[in-house]
Design a protein around this ligand. Structure first.
Ligand code: SAH
Length: 231
């Protein structure tokens, strides 16, 4: 019952999601409360509804309950100072929430990776609407780049990522993402079912300290595909 989880303000939306069990972690709720979803939605009048919204270029800002679920799955790796890669950053909303969780005086880094330049720019522009977002970008703790998310992203120095969020449905777990993951580290990724049905499932992939990899399938979802960039 999505309507019950909508609100007239950011706070009301998050309270409703929390009271209905769609946000379980107070830490995640708190981080989401520090990012105004209206800064990331093209139609601000629908910003506090628990639904996705088109942001152009066949992309959407995901529903807030989905963003909450992604953060909750990655939470053990979202500690202050961690390095996070957000593939398919789109509106920049989740990039900003992830930054609330990991960026502190001591450090922390969130990189939003988009294959469409206009959307790279959109994420960055949306984040600069708040003073905190602006500061995070100016300090270099958050940055938005253009590239193919299937190849991941190597920062200067080649440091790996503690967690990788993939915001578009992949046909498989791309090797580069796993290679660029720290030990331990975690990937949250929607993957298309191999049976050709078009069904998609969230996978949580863990790399342990010794480098061994385990995969867990969570629930069914509907995401925009992780594709080649439009020509
Ligand atoms: N987390 C974003 C989701 C945007 S939709 C949000 O909630 O706003 C998925 C995004 O993935 C789109 O912006 C799309 O442009 C991007 N995308 C699709 N394929 C990609 C690829 N190969 N590399 C990088 N980004 C990709």
């Amino acid at each position: 019952m999505a309507w019950r989880c909508s609100g007239n303000t950011n706070e009301e939306l998050l309270d409703n999601l929390f009271n209905n069990g769609l946000i379980k972690s107070p830490t995640v709720k708190d981080a989401m409360s520090r990012v105004d979803r209206a800064h990331y939605c093209p139609s601000p009048q629908y910003a506090y509804e628990d639904s996705p919204q088109s942001i152009g270029h066949a992309a959407t800002i995901s529903a807030p309950h989905m963003h909450a679920s992604a953060c909750e799955s990655l939470l053990p790796f979202l500690y202050p100072g961690a390095r996070i890669l957000d593939v398919g950053s789109g509106s920049g909303y989740l990039t900003a929430v992830l930054a609330e969780l990991v960026c502190s005086k001591e450090g922390g880094k969130v990189l939003g990776l988009e294959h469409i330049e206009t959307l790279r720019d959109l994420g960055e522009a949306n984040m600069t609407k708040s003073d905190t977002g602006k500061r995070l970008i100016e300090s270099g703790k958050v940055s938005f780049v253009v590239g193919d998310g299937r190849l991941g992203w190597k920062d200067q120095g080649g440091e790996e990522w503690d967690a990788i969020h993939v915001g578009a449905a992949a046909v498989k777990l791309h090797k580069a993402l796993l290679e660029q993951l720290r030990r331990p580290g975690r990937i949250f990724i929607p993957v298309e079912d191999k049976d050709g049905s078009g069904d998609q499932f969230i996978w949580v992939v863990d790399k342990s300290k010794d480098g061994s990899v385990t995969k867990e399938q969570l629930y069914g979802v509907r995401y925009v595909p992780l594709t080649d960039a439009p020509k």
